[in-house]
Ligand binder design. Structure first.
Ligand code: PRP
Length: 213
């Protein structure tokens, strides 16, 4: 957005709440956003010339790449999957979880064998990169949009590539972590042009956030 407001895109949900708590620690607040009943998507702090908007997580890197947001806060999983041209500038250290290959325990041996595996995931790019470039294993990747743990249970795939946080979804569905792909956490991303044009304000903000982490 081309005005003197700094625009921050937040992935809807828990990360957005934790992000706002962090902004409050550096004196930037948006009370309207705390209203649980609100259906508003954009929140402006006129005084501080900053606005926040809530987007679906996978769309945050898109808004930032196109400059509709100067800054975004989103999980590393989404950044890797979307592979947008944006700067990743800060690890916020919250939203910690792991990207893992999971499945029923007996599927473990399939991961070292040469047979064609089916892998279900909401993260086809991450899954492809892991199996093709790191493990050099040919697999068939099946894109799903949620409840990924269902796939090996109902026979859609042998394994899944998905986020594991507490591990309870796996446990309650009789699945286990078979391999770890990558540790994940929330990151701050910045539009490449904004970083040049508005460098002082953006680096200042990042420095302040870093200090309260
Ligand atoms: C995520 C992820 C796992 C679960 C992991 O799903 O895909 O299913 O959380 O968390 P846990 O280890 O603490 O159990 P999410 O709740 O985002 O919903 P989804 O299945 O629709 O992707």
């Amino acid at each position: 957005m081309e005005d003197n407001y700094l625009t921050v895109a937040l992935g809807k949900g828990r990360l957005a709440k934790q992000s706002m708590t962090l902004f409050e620690k550096i004196g930037i607040s948006c009370d309207e956003m705390r209203d649980k009943e609100t259906r508003k998507l954009i929140f402006v702090n006129e005084e501080q010339k900053i606005r926040f908007f809530l987007a679906k997580s996978p769309d945050v890197p898109t808004y930032v790449e196109y400059g509709a947001a100067d800054i975004g806060i989103v999980g590393e999983d989404t950044i890797l999957e979307e592979a947008r041209n944006i700067y990743e500038v800060l690890d916020l250290g919250f939203g910690k979880c792991r990207m893992c290959v999971c499945g029923p325990q007996p599927a473990k041996e399939l991961l070292s064998g040469g047979q064609l595996l089916r892998v279900a995931s909401k993260y086809p790019r991450i899954a492809k990169d892991y199996f093709y470039n790191k493990k050099h294993q040919t697999v068939e990747i099946i894109k799903l949009n949620g409840s990924i743990e269902l796939a090996p249970i109902v026979g859609l795939s042998e394994v899944i590539v998905d986020i594991v946080e507490t591990g309870s979804t796996l446990k309650e569905n009789g699945l286990v972590v078979l391999e770890e792909v990558a540790p994940l956490s929330a990151r701050v991303v910045v539009n490449q042009v904004s970083m040049k044009m508005n460098n002082e304000r953006i680096t200042g903000l990042i420095r302040e956030l870093k200090e309260v982490l």
